[in-house]
Each structure stands twice: as C-alpha cells, then as structure tokens.
Ligand binder design. Structure first.
Ligand code: ADP
Length: 407
C-alpha cells in the first residue's frame, strides 16, 4: 500500500511517499514559496534531485502539480491509488492523545484548536482540505506533535496561574516534537533490545526548534515546550525560558506591542539574538575563530540544556540513557561533548572517539564506565506518520471497508 506523508506549512508543502508496510521511501520533495510569483519545486528520488520553478497559487495547486509529476516517474498514476495520506498536525490540544483518521468532526476540532496554534493549524488544514478536494475517497490521518506528551501528569502540565485560565482558555503545557521523542525512545528500546516499559530515558531533539523530554516506560512525563513552542531550551531563533515579566517590561520601556514582542522572542532571539546566526555550524565556526558572541550563544545553549538534563534525571529517578537527535543532536559532536563534560555528577561519561566519528547512523557514544548510556539516533518523524497512517487505514478497512473519510 502506498502512503503519502504531508507536512503542510503556510507557504510550503513537504512530502514523502512510501510503500507500506516495508516503509520503503519512493520519492520525497518540497514545494516552497506557494502563493508567490515563483514557487520552487524540489523532488528527490533514488539519489537524484530535480528542481523547477513555476507559479503555484495555493496548496491545492501544489498538490495538483505533484499528482501530475508522479506518473512521469512511474510511481503513481493518480492520488486515488494511495492507501492513505498522513498529515503532521502541530496542535492536538487535549482532544487528541494519538493519531486519528480525519473525519468531519476531527477536522472541526483541529480548526477549533487554531487559537492555540494560529500559524500552524491553519496551514495543516490547508493541506488536509486541498487533498480532500482532489481525492475525497482516500482516507486521511492526522498525527499530532502534541499527542505523545498527553501522558504528562498534571503537576508537569499545569502552570501555576489562575484556574480559570486553564478551564476557560486551555492555558497549560502541551509540548511539541512528540513524534520525534516517541520515535527515538522507541528506537532506543529496539536497538538495546530491551522492553520499552522498563526503560527511562531523556530524549533531546535539538534542531532549529529544540525540546527535551523525560520518557518513563515509553511515556512522556515531562517536556520543555509549553502552551507554545517558545518555552524551554535556547533555540535557533526562540528565546526559550525567560522571566514572563520581561514582556511587560519591554512593552513599558520600548512601547512595543505584545504581538511585536512575541515575534521578537520567536524569530529574533535564541542563537540568532545573541550571535546573529541561527545556524549552529556557523556559531561553531565563529567560536573557533575566537568570536565572543558566538561563544556566549553556544554556552547559553549548553547551560540551559544541562540544567534540563539534571532536572529530568531527578524526575526520572533512574536514567538508563540520553538520546540525541535533530540536526544539532545528530551532527554536532562539539555540542554533545560540551553538554556531557558537565554531567559527571550523574556518572555520565562520553566516549570522545565514538562521539567524533563521522557517522550518520544510530549509534552509542558512551564510555564503557558511564552510568547511563548515550546514543545518537537520527529521527524519522515522517516514517512514524507513515506507519501510523498505514496502521489506522488497514484497521479501518477491516472494520468498515466502504466508509468515506471526510464525508
Ligand atoms: P529543523 O528544526 O528546522 O528541522 P534541523 O533538525 O534540520 O532543523 O536542525 C537544524 C540545525 O542543525 C541548525 O542549527 C544547523 O546548524 C544544525 N546542524 C546541521 N548539521 C550540523 C553539523 N554538522 N554541525 C552542527 N550543527 C549542525
């Protein structure tokens, strides 16, 4: 069965097409600058990349172009041939604790959650609606970034703010990157050949956005992102934790509006705010040349991360492993080294040779006498979305073969 995975942004559409259950990747690509004069199309299959540009009006138009392009590669003659399509949906609020087939009720719940994710959920819905318009019979599945963290206990997910903020406005911590934290914690159990129920680990998803998660027995018990992805670690362009009093202070002293301040904290802060670049490679390069602001950005990033690792180790009580993933987690040996240099109090020791090895596969990097294991595990969010979509679609076929999803 062929499953298409879509990650739909406000002006972009990323996709991967798989044969399931083998999880064989047939083609992947990205359509960018949708709605602008010149949209870019990148398709990559069997190691070759094809790029083109044309005007693409909207997400539906982008999908039409994709549907026309696929038969030329002999992959699919039309979307009707798909067994299902899986969407990354950013915010599932408290409504969704696991992936789900999208019917009219699910669609309207995702819509009702827009106030919690005003940029992401509308973009995700554009992808869902565009696909439904083109291939209404193909079942669609939503896989939520927040769902994995719905297992957090209330003392982890509630903020100490008036009860009414929670009851009336859903103000609580949700967490994001759930699909990635889920995947790498499951992979860890598989690679170690130990039952997930007995493993305690901390997963570090360090990309442009970054979050950390404490996973006990396969369940998230705490994570660093909150109501929005702004809370927690220092990120590429996000501040992570700051005193909430800073908002009002900056408003009073500069006259900036809450919206402007929110944008600055999301887009002009983090590594970029301190060192002018959100690219960790660039920060590392400049740091080697003695650049002070690059060093400060790197140190802030590591310091925050170390505080969280310490706190999560205490919450878990027993720490079997720490898992690095995401662009920085998978590729930056200096970040892993700097973090682990400060974890001796936990009995954690890195094997520097394994850490420095130029490898891209999943691998252990701990010293033989380390109390907890250290692993690098490349994340695969799209693979999980494909698996979950396949599972739900296959189950549904067994139950009610004739139902139409968004009818
Ligand atoms: P996103 O969150 O956008 O998916 P990624 O997971 O791709 O981002 O991570 C992007 C980050 O990974 C950037 O800060 C980039 O500099 C960093 N990165 C990628 N490769 C390396 C590397 N070899 N060394 C250090 N940082 C790297």
């Amino acid at each position: 069965m062929k499953i298409l995975v879509l990650n739909s942004g406000s002006s972009s559409l990323k996709f991967k097409l798989y044969t399931m259950p083998q999880k064989e990747l047939l083609v992947q690509g990205l359509i960018e600058r949708i709605g602008e004069e010149s949209s870019q199309i990148h398709l990559s299959l069997e190691g070759t990349v094809r790029e083109s540009s044309e005007t693409i009006r909207d997400h539906r138009h982008a999908l039409e172009i994709l549907e026309k392009a696929l038969p030329r590669f002999g992959i699919l003659s039309s979307f009707e041939e798909l067994g299902g399509v899986g969407h990354r949906v950013v915010h599932g609020g408290e409504a969704f604790t696991s992936p789900t087939i999208i019917d009219a009720a699910v669609r309207s719940t995702i819509e009702a959650l827009i106030p919690l994710a005003p940029l992401h959920n509308p973009a995700n819905l554009m992808g869902i609606d565009a696909f439904a318009a083109l291939a209404p019979k193909v079942p669609q599945v939503a896989v939520f970034d927040t769902a994995f963290h719905q297992s957090m206990p209330s003392e982890a997910y509630r903020y100490a703010v008036p009860e009414s903020w929670y009851r009336e406005h859903q103000v609580r911590r949700y967490g994001f990157h759930g699909t990635s934290h889920f995947y790498v914690s499951r992979e860890l159990a598989r690679l170690k050949n130990s039952p997930q129920e007995r493993l305690n680990c901390i997963t570090l998803h360090l990309g442009n956005g970054a979050s950390i998660c404490a996973v006990r027995g396969g369940k998230s018990i705490e994570t660093s992102m909150g109501l929005t992805p702004l809370e927690g670690l220092v990120m590429g362009t996000r501040s992570g934790d700051i005193d909430p009093g800073v908002h009002y202070y900056i408003h009073r002293t500069t006259g900036k509006s809450p919206k402007e301040i929110d944008e600055i904290l999301n887009r002009q802060s983090g590594l970029k705010g301190i060192a002018g670049s959100n690219d960790m490679r660039e920060i590392q390069r400049r740091m080697e040349q003695g650049n002070e602001s690059a060093k400060l950005a790197f140190d802030l990033f590591i310091h925050r991360l170390r505080k969280y690792v310490g706190a999560y180790a205490v919450l878990l009580g027993r720490l079997d492993a720490l898992v690095f993933t995401g662009g920085i987690g998978e590729h930056s040996a200096p970040v892993r080294q700097a973090l682990c240099d400060g974890l001796a109090v936990l009995g954690i020791g890195l094997d520097s040779t394994a850490n420095d090895a130029a490898r891209t596969d999943a691998r252990p990097i701990h010293a033989a006498d380390s109390r907890s294991e250290l692993w690098v595990i490349p994340t695969d969010e799209e693979g999980v979305i494909a698996e979950e979509s396949y599972r739900l679609v296959a189950d549904r076929r067994k139950d009610s073969p004739s139902l139409t999803p968004l009818a």
